[in-house]
Design a protein around this ligand. Structure first.
Ligand code: PMP
Length: 456
C-alpha cells in the first residue's frame, strides 16, 4: 500500500477535518527539509513561511543539531529526574535559561509540549495559593483568541471556540477577556494608549466582579500567535500588570512562540514590557528537533512552593520525560547556533524586510484590513470591505482560499482559525530572496482567491 493510503486508513490527524481526511487522505507527504525549504514525495519544493508550526527556527536538517542528538543518544539517551535524580545537560540548560530570562527567574520545570507546560502553570498557581492558605483563589483569566494548548486545562485557556466545541471545555475555573486586537476591538479615534487604558479598566472591573479573592492568575502571549499575530499597544501590559498587582494576581507569559528570538529580541516579554511571575517556553527552545517545553518560576513563587514541602510532602507532579537529556542536548545546541550565528539580530533585520515586502504587496488591496506583526512574525488580515470595515460573512473561508492558492505557488503559509488571516513565521535562516518569494507566492494566492470569489 502507498504511504498515502496507510495515512488515510490509520493515522488520526490532529486539527484536521476527520471526514474530509477519511475521504481524501493527506494533502501531501513531506519527505525532506533543508533550511527554509521542504520537499514532498513528488519532489516538489515548498518554501515554508511558517517554520512548521512557528517552531523550526534554525531551519530544517541543521547538521550540528543532528550531530548533537547522535552524540547524546550514544552517551545517555534517557534518564529520569524523579526523586532528585540528576543528569548533566538538563542542569546546564536550566542555568542557561535562568541567565537568559528577561526578568529574574529562579527555577526551571520541564515538560514535552506547550500544552502540558501550561497545565503545569495552572497546577503551580493552584498549589501556590493552597500553600498560602487561599483555597478560593483559583480562577485563571485568559484572552479570547489566545492560544495556550489543547489539553483538558490548557485547551480551555485557549480562547478559540473551535478548540472548545465538542469537548466540554473550558473547565469551570477559566475566564476569558477581550484581546488587544485594534482592528476590531478599538473604539474609532482611540489612540493606542487610550485603547490600553480601556482594556485595563475592563480587567479591573472584571476581577472585582469575579471577586479578587477568587482570581489566581492571568495568562497571556506577549504577541499572540495563532489568534492572528496580535501585537498589543506598548502600554498595554504595564497597565494590565498594575491591575494584577492591585489584586495579587500572578502573570504567566506564554512565550511558546515568541521566546528565543522570534520577534527580533530575546523574548516577547522584553518586546512588550511584560514582567511575568511565570513563563512558558517550548517550540523554539529546540527548534522542534525534539519535543521540549519548560516553565520558568520566579523566586516569589518558588519560595512558596518550597514551603509546600512541609504541608504536602514530595511535589506530586512530573512527567516521565521531564528534564529529558536528549531534548536538553537539542536545546543547548539550538541556543548555541542562535547565539553564535547572531540569528536574533538577523530576525530583527529580516523582520524589517518582511514588513516592507508585506506593505508593498498588500497595503493597497481592497480586501486587506490590516498588516501587522513584529520581527519574523507577521499576519495579513482580509476583510470583505475596508470602508465601511466589514469582515467576510463566512469567517476563515477567504484566508483558506489564499492559503491553498499560495501552496499551489510553492509557499506554505497558514490560515488562522480565529480570523480571515494568513500568517508568516519563517525560519530565522530564511534569506532575503526567500522572503521575497514567500510574499510574492501569497500575494499571487490573494489574486487567485479574489478571482474565485468573483466567479461565485
Ligand atoms: N502556547 C502557544 C503560544 C502556542 O502557540 C502553542 C502551540 N501552537 C501552545 C502553547 C501549545 O503548544 P503544543 O502544541 O506544543 O502543546
Amino acid at each position: 500500500m502507498h504511504v498515502e493510503e496507510l495515512d488515510r486508513n490509520y493515522l488520526f490527524h490532529p486539527m484536521t477535518n476527520l471526514a474530509a481526511h477519511a475521504e481524501n487522505g493527506p494533502h501531501m507527504t513531506i519527505v525532506e527539509g533543508h533550511g527554509a525549504t521542504v520537499t514532498d514525495r513528488a519532489g516538489r519544493d515548498y518554501l515554508d513561511a511558517m517554520a512548521g508550526l512557528w517552531c523550526v527556527n534554525v531551519g530544517y536538517a541543521h547538521p550540528e543539531m543532528a550531530e548533537a542528538l547522535r552524540e547524546q543518544a550514544l552517551k545517555l539517551p534517557y534518564f529520569h529526574a524523579f526523586s532528585s535524580m540528576g543528569t548533566d545537560l538538563p542542569a546546564r540548560l536550566s542555568e542557561r535559561l535562568i541567565n537568559m530570562a528577561p526578568v529574574p527567574m529562579s527555577k526551571v520545570f520541564y515538560g514535552n509540549s506547550g500544552s502540558d507546560a501550561n497545565d503545569t502553570q495552572a497546577k503551580l498557581v493552584w498549589y501556590y495559593n493552597n500553600v498560602l492558605g487561599r483555597p478560593m483563589k483559583k480562577k485563571i483569566i485568559a484572552r479570547r483568541r489566545g492560544y495556550h494548548g489543547v489539553t483538558v486545562l490548557s485547551g480551555g485557556l485557549t480562547g478559540l471556540k473551535n478548540l472548545h466545541d465538542g469537548f466540554d471545555l473550558p473547565l469551570p475555573m477559566i475566564r476569558h477577556i477581550r484581546p488587544p486586537h485594534g482592528l476590531w476591538e478599538r473604539e474609532p479615534g482611540q489612540t493606542d494608549d487610550e485603547f490600553a487604558t480601556t482594556l485595563a479598566i475592563e480587567l479591573d472591573r472584571f476581577i472585582v466582579n469575579e471577586g479578587p479573592e477568587t482570581v489566581a492568575a492571568l495568562i497571556a502571549e506577549p504577541v499572540m500567535a495563532a489568534g492572528g499575530v496580535i501585537v498589543p499597544p506598548d502600554t498595554y501590559f504595564p497597565k494590565i500588570q498594575e491591575v494584577l498587582d492591585k489584586y495579587d494576581v500572578l502573570l504567566i507569559a506564554d512565550e511558546v512562540v515568541n521566546g528565543f528570538g522570534r520577534l527580533g529580541v530575546s523574548f516577547g516579554s522584553v518586546s512588550t514590557n511584560m514582567k511575568p511571575d511565570l513563563m512558558t517556553v517550548a517550540k523554539g527552545i529546540t527548534s522542534a528537533y525534539v519535543p521540549l517545553s519548560a516553565v520558568l518560576v520566579s523566586d516569589k513563587v518558588w519560595q512558596v512552593l518550597l514551603d509546600g514541602s512541609a504541608k504536602y510532602g514530595s511535589f506530586g507532579h512530573g512527567y516521565t520525560y521531564s528534564a529529558h537529556p536528549l531534548a536538553a542536548a537539542a536545546a543547548m545546541t539550538n541556543l548555541d547556533i542562535i547565539e553564535r550565528d547572531g540569528l536574533v539580530d538577523r530576525v530583527a533585520e529580516n523582520g524589517k524586510l518582511l514588513h516592507e515586502l508585506l506593505h508593498t504587496a498588500f497595503a493597497d488591496h481592497p480586501n486587506v484590513g490590516e498588516i501587522r506583526g513584529r520581527g519574523l512574525m507577521a499576519a495579513v488580515e482580509f476583510v470583505e470591505s475596508r470602508e465601511p470595515l466589514r469582515p467576510f460573512a463566512q469567517q476563515g473561508a477567504f484566508a483558506g482560499a489564499v492559503t491553498r492558492a499560495a501552496l499551489e505557488n510553492g509557499v506554505i503559509t497558514r490560515a488562522l482559525p480565529a480570523a480571515d488571516t494568513v500568517s508568516f513565521s519563517p525560519p530565522f535562516v530564511t534569506t532575503p530572496d526567500e522572503l521575497e518569494r514567500m510574499v510574492a507566492g501569497v500575494r499571487a494566492g490573494l489574486d487567485h482567491a479574489v478571482g474565485e470569489l468573483r466567479s461565485k
